[in-house]
Design a binder for this molecule. Structure first.
Ligand code: GLC
Length: 519
């Protein structure tokens, strides 16, 4: 019943996955048309990024109606058909909820603008008078994650809070209507048969009383650090308890939070038994390709959840971060390392999240200035290029853009030299990244080292390993994983080799930038 505990979840960035109607933007019918591929890949569940009604200022994370489908992605009938077909293919469906903010096109925000300061309509958001003689300075010194002040002035009298783009107004989570609305949204999708929810900015929502200045006046873009008054306030846990209480009425449903909180103990709070079933721990994804640092990140991630009886989740990639191939150095080396890290992650206990295209070894793509779409580019005054480079559409087949993604012009340009990267090419090649993922995922389903999920199997046992290398075994099983981040080949631990991320040396050693599973 707790299918998520060991699940491999595939993140579909819907805009970039598959376009069924030629408008250059991926859609729900596109996802449905590729379910056969996802079943072949061997994942257990899909996480769909927001497909709700939205003016797309942040590509769907600015939600104007959380209980309807945006026409660019389809309609409710297309969604229902997708869920039904996915279930037929043995795939669970997780949808993305965005409770921290709404689009400024949401009917609530429009009503707030039409209403006076102090009105119930404004009380659903954070409206405040400005500072300074004419009220023309923001109410506090908070910065937006996307750059610039976190406040936008409306009329003479008030400003509203937006931790992200100005088109994403933060909701006031002390307002009971806001709670009731999230509950309604949860039930709406749960009743339509979804199996889980990804909670966007799960460390957001609650704001400190009086909205005090940030003593550090943090300005980092896309970075949340400990002690930040904008995030990880104690009150947020009441929201997660409510989410959990609703989901407890729907057996087999789960919630996973996006939790940019580094401290183990602070992180653990989100996955206590009466809160979220899972949380994304981003430590590993922020770690360089270096064995000691990787081991440290793994140990912290396990310790954080073990303390509260939860299980870890692992992720190397998503739609907000530079892709692993590029992050680990780019080119052949970056690809080899990304493949090695994929085997590490898939060997660890708990569940793993794969971002679409990761199984193809997609790198980041440099997007020309005039094609950039991420609000970060404008908000940062053209100093930060934003996240478009990791959001390029998936290449399916053929030798020229749009590689079967769309019959039209893709919403972000695709490189001319991606013919070897397409899913169709890689399916034919036993040495491809896709084939490696398929093999590893098949082993996850069939090898006894992955079978039972008693609690001991949350843990790993570390072997002694040469400098720059690591090796671990899943507790209570014979399944081991070895990784070489040094610059010389090393002998493998004892055991039969099940799968490797790249060829071994002629004398059977594990080369640099390579990982292997052994039994
Ligand atoms: C999360 C999403 C990101 C979005 C932000 C605001 O971090 O992953 O893509 O921009 O929330 O909703």
């Amino acid at each position: 019943m707790q299918w998520w505990r060991d699940a491999v979840v595939y993140q579909v960035y819907v805009r970039s996955f598959a376009d069924s109607d030629g408008d250059g933007v991926g859609d729900l019918a596109g996802v449905r048309s590729r379910l056969g591929y996802l079943e072949l890949l061997g994942v257990d569940a899909l996480w769909l990024t927001p497909f709700y009604r939205s003016p797309m200022a942040d590509h769907g994370y600015d939600v104007a109606d959380p209980r309807d489908v945006d026409p660019v992605f389809g309609d409710l009938a297309a969604f229902d058909a997708l869920v039904e077909d996915a279930h037929r293919h043995g795939l669970k469906i997780i949808v993305d909820l965005v409770p921290n903010h709404t689009s400024t096109e949401h009917e609530w925000f429009r009503a707030a603008l039409d209403s006076a300061p102090g009105s119930p309509e404004r009380a659903r958001y954070h409206f405040r008078p400005g500072k300074g003689e004419n009220g023309d300075e923001p109410p506090n010194n908070w910065r937006s994650i996307f750059g610039g002040p976190a406040w936008e002035r409306v009329g003479e009298e008030e400003w509203y809070l937006h931790l992200f783009a100005p088109e994403q107004a933060d909701l006031n989570w002390t307002n009971p209507e806001v709670w009731a609305d999230l509950e309604k949204t949860l039930r709406f999708w749960a009743d339509r048969g979804v199996d889980g929810f990804r909670i966007d900015v799960a460390h957001g929502m609650a704001k400190p009383d009086g909205l005090p200045d940030d003593p550090q006046a943090r300005i980092e873009l896309l970075a949340n650090t400990d002690g930040d008054p904008r995030f990880d306030q104690d009150g947020v846990h009441d929201v997660h308890r409510m989410v959990r209480a609703v989901l407890d009425h729907y057996p087999g449903r789960m919630a996973v939070g996006e939790i940019w909180v580094r401290d183990d103990e602070r992180f653990a709070r989100y996955v206590r038994p009466d809160e979220l079933h899972q949380g994304f721990n981003f430590r590993l994804l922020q770690t360089p390709f270096e064995a000691a640092a990787i081991r440290d990140a793994v140990e912290h991630s396990i310790a954080a959840v073990d303390a509260v009886g939860s299980r870890p989740t692992w992720t190397l990639s998503n739609h907000d971060i530079s892709r692993p191939v590029t992050r680990y150095g780019g080119g052949e080396v970056g690809l080899a390392r990304a493949r090695a890290m994929a085997l590490v992650v898939l060997a660890l206990p708990g569940s793993a999240y794969i971002y679409n295209g990761e199984e193809l070894g997609m790198p980041d793509v440099e997007v020309p200035d005039d094609a950039l779409q991420d609000p970060v580019w404008e908000r940062s005054g053209h100093t930060e290029r934003g996240r478009d480079s990791c959001r390029i559409p998936v290449p399916w087949e053929g030798s020229a853009p749009a590689y079967g993604f769309s019959t039209g012009e893709p919403w972000l340009p695709m490189p001319p030299d991606w013919d070897a990267l397409t899913a169709a090419e890689q399916l034919e090649d036993t040495g491809s990244t896709l084939s490696m993922f398929r093999h590893a995922l098949e082993l996850r389903h069939t090898h006894p080292g992955f079978a039972a999920t008693d609690d001991r199997r949350t843990r790993v046992e570390w072997y002694g390993a040469p400098p720059g290398c690591l090796a671990f075994r899943r507790s209570g099983t014979t399944l081991a994983c070895a990784l070489n981040t040094s610059d010389a080949p090393v002998p493998l631990p004892p055991g039969d080799v099940l799968v490797t991320s790249g060829p071994l040396t002629e004398d059977g050693q594990l080369p640099p930038d390579t990982a292997a599973w052994l039994a």
